[in-house]
Design a binder for this molecule. Sequence first.
Ligand SMILES: [Zn+2]
Ligand SMILES: [Zn+2]
Length: 180
Amino acid sequence: MNTFVRLSKAGYYADFVFYPIFLLMLAGVAIARDTPAAWLLWVLLCVTGVAIWTLLEYGLHRVAFHHIVLIRKLHDLHHAMPSAKIGTPTWVTGALICGFLLLPLWREAGFNLASGLTCGLAAGYLWYVTVHHATHNWRTRPNSYLHRAKRRHATHHHSQQPCNFGVTTVFWDHIFRTVR
Ligand SMILES: [Zn+2]
Ligand SMILES: [Zn+2]
């Protein structure tokens, strides 16, 4: 099971190739199909999707990654080896996003709504994997957004007390009082 999350170099960086292409394709098709009035709604849906992602990121990390037995074991591996190429394979996250979000929403509510929300959530996920990669692998400029994220996430890794579950934003940690 551990081999599932221990990725090859290509597997680890696949998110950074697949998701930008996926986002551009969805946005391109939405622009081509819709009228300018519908584009505004699409942008609003996209922003909503990003906001939903930040809550999902917090909830998944706090509950699933730290409490659901099998997932916790895999996440513990990342806590033990923070810089190792450990992650969820792109084909898994891509299949989950398409199978449980894009396609059902498209069928029920049309392409504009489905692609707007999916783009927002997928952009949020890409934001998360990028910031998380940066926190463990990049040198960051003091007082920058990435530096604060890095310090916050380092505290999550090393604190005895469960805290700082948000990677991209500290907002939900403030709301649920888990910030340190
Ligand atoms: Zn964790
Ligand atoms: Zn980490």
